[in-house]
Design a protein around this ligand. Structure first.
Ligand code: PMP
Length: 427
C-alpha cells in the first residue's frame, strides 16, 4: 500500500464521507504552483485550493508576515481587544471596492459567513424579509447560504428545511439559451407570484458564477439589477468570494460593469489560504446592525489580517491583476487548439482572466452536456500529475484556476499534461 493509500484509508475511517476529497494525493508540501504528495509525486496545481492561493502556495512575503504576526500574538478577538492590522485591512478594502460612496467593512472567517452577514445586514437596513438569488449560484454550506445556493446535489439534498423567503431567478447562460431577458422576466415574475419588490431585502449575484460553471453575468443584467435595486430600495449584494482579488483580470470582477455594489462579499483569494473573509459595503448600510450583532470569535483574526495585507501588497507589486489576463490568453490559445482537435467535444470556452472554463458536450450539441468525459478527466488527473477541478450544474465544465504567480513554463508543462490526459481519456 502506498503512503497515499494508507492515508486515504485512515481518512475514510476518521473523517465523515460528507467531507469528501477529490484526489487521494495527500499533500506534504507546496510551492507557488506546484505541490508534492506523501509518495513524492509532483503536481502542477491548476486549482489553487479552489481559487484561494492567487499569490501561489507559501509566497515568501505571506509566510514572513504570518510568522511575524504569530510571534507577536495570534488571537485576542477583534470584538474584545482590537488591533491595527484589522483597521488597516478594512481601510484598504474600503477603497479597493468599486464606487465612490464611503464604505465600511466587517471580517468573518469563510465565504459562507460573509454571505450570511451580508444578508443579515441587508435585512437590518431594509427591515424586509426576502432575498433573491440565482439558479446555478453557489454561496456556501451554512443553512442560509445553502438556501441561497442554486444547485441541489450535493449541496441541498438531505439538508432541508431551509430558511423561508429565498427565491431564485434564472442566471443567463448564453450557451444554454438562457438570456438576460429570461433573468429579468424571472425576477418580474417572482414579484408577481412570490414576493413583492417592497418585501425584498436583497438580491445576491455572483458576477461570474463559480461552482455554477464560470458563466459571467452580462453587463446589461448587472446594470439592470443596479437600477432595479435603486428604484425598489433593495440591497444589491455582489458575491466576489471566488472572482475577487485579481482573479478575473480586474481587482474585482464588478469593475467591468461600472456599477457600485451596496454590499460586496469576499473571501478565498483575500489572504492566500488563511481563513478570513470580509463584507464591505456602503457605510450607511453596513452600520444598520447594532454593536455586537455582527462578528464572531475568530472574525478578522490577526493572522488572517497579516496575510491579507501581504497579499494586497503582492498583487500590486507583482502586477497580478494584469498577469491574470496574460494567463487567460495563454490558456485560451491552448484550449482553442483542443477545440480544433476535438470540435464535437468543446462546446464553449469562457476566459474571465484566470478564471478559465472549457465546457464539454457530446456531438457538438450544447444541450448534450458531456459529464462522462469531464469526470473521466478529473478521475485521471492525479496520475497525469495535475490538480484540476470541474464545475457546472451538469458537472461538464473543466475549470482552470492557476495561481496568478504561475510561470509561463509551468502553464505550458501543465497544459501538455492536460493534452496527454485528454488523448488518453478519449482513446
Ligand atoms: N460564494 C462563492 C461565490 C463561492 O465560490 C464560495 C465557495 N466556493 C462561497 C461563497 C462559500 O465560501 P466558503 O467555502 O469559504 O464558505
Amino acid at each position: 500500500m502506498s503512503n497515499n493509500q494508507k492515508l486515504q484509508e485512515r481518512k475514510s475511517n476518521a473523517i465523515a464521507r460528507g467531507m469528501g476529497n477529490l484526489y487521494s494525493s495527500f499533500v506534504t508540501h507546496a510551492k507557488n504552483a506546484e505541490l508534492w504528495d506523501a509518495d513524492g509525486n509532483r503536481y502542477i496545481d491548476f486549482a489553487t485550493g479552489i481559487a484561494v492561493c492567487n499569490t501561489g502556495h507559501s509566497h515568501p512575503k505571506v509566510v514572513e508576515a504570518v510568522q511575524k504576526q504569530v510571534a507577536n500574538f495570534s488571537h485576542t478577538c477583534l470584538m474584545v481587544n482590537p488591533y491595527e492590522q484589522a483597521v488597516e485591512l478594512a481601510e484598504k478594502l474600503n477603497t479597493l471596492v468599486p464606487g465612490d460612496t464611503p464604505k465600511k467593512s466587517i471580517f468573518v472567517s469563510t465565504g459562507a459567513e460573509a454571505v450570511e452577514n451580508a444578508v443579515k445586514i441587508a435585512r437590518a437596513y431594509t427591515g424586509r424579509r426576502g432575498t433573491i438569488a440565482f439558479a446555478g449560484g453557489f454561496h456556501g454550506r451554512t443553512n442560509l447560504s445553502m438556501a441561497l445556493t442554486g444547485k441541489t446535489v450535493p449541496y441541498k439534498h438531505l439538508f432541508g428545511p431551509f430558511p423561508g423567503d429565498i427565491y431564485h431567478a434564472p442566471y443567463p447562460m448564453a450557451m444554454h439559451g438562457i438570456t438576460v431577458e429570461d433573468s429579468i422576466r424571472g425576477i418580474e415574475t417572482l414579484f408577481k407570484t412570490s414576493i413583492e419588490a417592497r418585501d425584498v431585502a436583497a438580491i445576491i449575484i455572483e458576477p461570474v458564477q463559480g461552482e455554477g460553471g464560470f458563466y459571467a453575468a452580462p453587463v446589461s443584467l448587472l446594470t439592470y439589477l443596479r437600477k432595479l435595486c435603486d428604484e425598489e430600495g433593495i440591497v444589491l449584494i455582489i458575491d466576489e468570494v471566488q472572482s475577487g482579488f485579481g482573479r478575473t483580470g480586474t481587482f474585482f470582477n464588478l469593475e467591468r460593469a461600472g456599477i457600485e455594489a451596496d454590499i460586496m462579499t469576499m473571501a478565498k483569494g483575500i489572504a492566500g489560504g488563511y481563513p478570513i473573509s470580509a463584507v464591505c459595503g456602503k457605510a450607511a448600510i453596513m452600520d444598520a446592525p447594532l454593536p455586537g450583532g455582527l462578528g464572531g470569535t475568530y472574525g478578522g483574526s490577526p493572522v488572517g489580517c497579516a496575510a491579507a495585507l501581504a497579499v494586497l501588497d503582492i498583487i500590486e507589486e507583482e502586477g497580478l491583476v494584469q498577469r491574470a489576463n496574460e494567463i487567460g490568453a495563454q490558456f485560451e490559445k491552448r484550449i482553442q487548439a483542443v477545440s480544433k482537435k476535438y470540435p464535437d467535444l468543446v462546446g464553449d470556452i469562457r476566459i474571465n482572466g484566470a478564471m478559465i472554463a472549457m465546457e464539454l458536450v457530446t456531438n457538438g450539441e450544447a444541450k448534450q452536456p458531456n459529464t462522462e468525459v469531464t469526470q473521466q478527466i478529473i478521475a485521471h488527473a492525479q496520475e497525469a500529475g495535475l490538480v484540476l477541478l470541474s464545475c457546472g450544474y451538469y458537472g461538464n465544465v473543466i475549470r482552470f484556476l492557476p495561481a496568478l504567480t504561475i510561470t509561463d513554463e509551468l502553464i505550458a508543462e501543465g497544459f501538455d499534461k492536460f493534452d496527454a490526459l485528454l488523448a488518453k481519456v478519449l482513446t
